[in-house]
Design a protein around this ligand. Structure first.
Ligand code: PLP
Ligand code: COI
Length: 359
């Protein structure tokens, strides 16, 4: 892919950048540039370009605004102690976007082009990658996304599609560092059903999670837990994270895939846990097993994982009319978290070959 670059004539100055990188928050500040490439049936993907970051002008009839034909990805660039910059398993994000694209009736952006686009933006905006020192490891959060940019109100796959990458320096997703998050169990709303879009990373899944997420906040909880749509019995995932359960005999369970997002952190943890001598079972886990397990002590730890949240211990679970206590321990959770971030920040041997050097 041929990428043209137009430098931002007024990039954020060094003093302001230092201020932003000192306390980046999550998803509030954006780098000086963005990547764009467009697709039409006649021309395929064309006009790949990096330009100054800025607003888009969209016709009010742009299809994505009406029918939500959209997919996105979430990944991070990490600065190592020697100043080099790396992404984590970017080809996995690229391949997941291909799967999401199939589900959303989009054209395929080749994984190599996806990775090239991300690499090029990180290279151009490399001064925005914070160093990883200190608590709540910092990184540059990368948000590739694809949307129906055709001006048309008919309901069919768009004939004009835009893929972009934007980047945002990030600190911890949850305020207050690594401490257990409290969860709200929604028994009213579901996230995905059989044949639905649960395994795709598409805005609609997040739109449908918001009313339940708001309930969680109203109940004083950090995140919402979704159950399967068919029986309302099996734990699926959180609004933006996969889940793990550690049992007192040492084995680990994570909900099987199908209607959940196939998290790259999730699949990396299966391999990491194996290296730590722990077996991970992918199976259905009932909400009753959770409630009883944390009460009896059969479940010793629960954690959530994802690119934004990394690995975060789960505390108590609340639902309409009840509450289950936090699991007793966070020991293995913190061990897995450490093993993962040590690889990401280049402090441990990259035995799996997960890291991809950009700068
Ligand atoms: N599940 C949902 C719904 C998510 O939004 C995310 C975040 O990307 C995940 C799981 C975790 O996926 P990953 O580890 O690839 O970030
Ligand atoms: C990510 O972890 O990258 C996500 O997309 C989750 C979102 C809640 C920020």
């Amino acid at each position: 892919m041929q990428i043209s670059t137009t430098a931002n004539p007024s990039p954020v100055d060094d003093a302001r950048l230092a201020e932003i990188l000192a306390a980046p928050g999550f998803g509030t500040h954006f780098t000086d540039h963005m990547f764009t490439v467009e697709w039409t049936p006649g021309r395929g993907w064309h006009e790949a370009r990096i330009t100054p970051y800025g607003p888009l002008t969209l016709d009010p009839a742009t299809a994505v605004l009406h029918y939500a034909q959209e997919t996105f990805e979430g990944m991070k660039a990490y600065r190592h102690d020697d100043g080099s910059i790396w992404t984590f398993r970017p080809e996995q994000n690229a391949q997941r976007m291909v799967r999401s694209s199939h589900r959303l009736a989009f054209p395929v952006l080749e994984p190599d082009d996806f990775v090239q686009a991300v690499d090029e933006l990180v290279r151009v905006d490399q001064r925005w990658v914070p160093d990883g020192e200190g608590e709540g490891e910092k990184s540059l959060y990368l948000r590739p996304f694809m949307f129906a940019s055709e001006t048309f109100l008919g309901v069919r796959p768009a004939q004009h599609v835009t893929f972009m990458v934007i980047a945002s320096p990030a600190g911890a997703y949850f305020k207050g560092g690594v401490k257990p998050v409290t969860l709200w169990l929604t028994e009213e709303y579901t996230r995905a059903g059989r044949g639905g879009m649960g395994a795709a990373k598409t805005g609609g899944n997040y739109a449908s999670s918001l009313v339940a997420q708001q309930e969680a906040i109203d109940q004083g909880c950090d995140q919402v837990v979704f159950l399967d749509a068919q029986e309302g019995r099996y734990v699926e995932e959180l609004g933006g994270m996969n889940m793990y359960f550690v049992f007192d005999d040492g084995h680990i369970v994570t909900p099987e895939t199908g209607t959940i997002l196939e998290g790259i952190t999730r699949s990396s943890i299966i391999e990491l846990a194996g290296k730590l001598g722990r077996q991970v079972e992918e199976r259905k886990l009932g909400i009753d097993e959770w409630r009883e397990g944390v009460t009896s002590g059969a479940i010793t730890e629960i954690f959530a994982c994802g690119t934004a949240a990394v690995v975060t211990p789960v505390g108590s679970l609340k639902w309409d009319g009840g509450e289950a206590p936090a699991p007793a321990s966070t020991e293995l959770t913190l061990q897995i978290r450490q093993a993962l971030v040590d690889i990401q920040y280049g402090r441990a041997d990259d035995a799996f070959g997960w890291m991809h050097r950009v700068v």
